[in-house]
Design a protein around this ligand. Structure first.
Ligand SMILES: [Zn+2]
Length: 139
């Protein structure tokens, strides 16, 4: 009986709190997994870079020290490098000219800029920053 209740409560709690992967994809707070890190949609090309100072759900301060998000620049650089390597290898295998590779690569990276920007910050928040772990009491 106790096991049934525990199993049911685990199922219920797992339904309420999204998984870490879902929270990362949805750009949610790493501590409560409920509040949005970014107030606007990534398709809003004017304000896609605006980041909430604090989580609207639990109040976690996202930029806990000045210049914290400068580290996201390195993550974004890694993303861009990975994309360039993929396009480079693909272009070499398909025997594309250098001009064709660059003319496809540059617009692709420009179109992905809002997503690269956001997910580099999210990955920084989830995996690189200290003391930013999920805490069930905030969800
Ligand atoms: Zn939060």
């Amino acid at each position: 009986m106790v096991q049934k209740v525990q199993k049911k409560s685990l199922i219920m709690s797992s339904q309420k709190v999204p998984s870490k992967l879902v929270s990362i994809i949805a750009c949610k707070c790493p501590r409560c997994r409920q509040g949005k890190v970014f107030p606007y949609s990534s398709l809003n090309l004017i304000q896609f870079s605006k980041t909430n100072d604090n989580c609207p759900h639990c109040g976690l301060m996202f930029e806990h020290e000045t210049g914290f998000f400068w580290g996201a620049m390195y993550v974004s650089y890694a993303f861009s490098t990975l994309i360039m390597i993929v396009f480079g290898v693909m272009g070499i295998n398909l025997e594309w000219s250098f001009t064709k590779i660059v003319s496809i690569l540059v617009p692709t990276i420009l179109l992905l800029t809002p997503f690269l920007y956001r997910y580099s910050r999210i990955l920084l928040l989830y995996f690189i920053s200290p003391n930013r772990h999920f805490d069930e009491k905030y969800s």
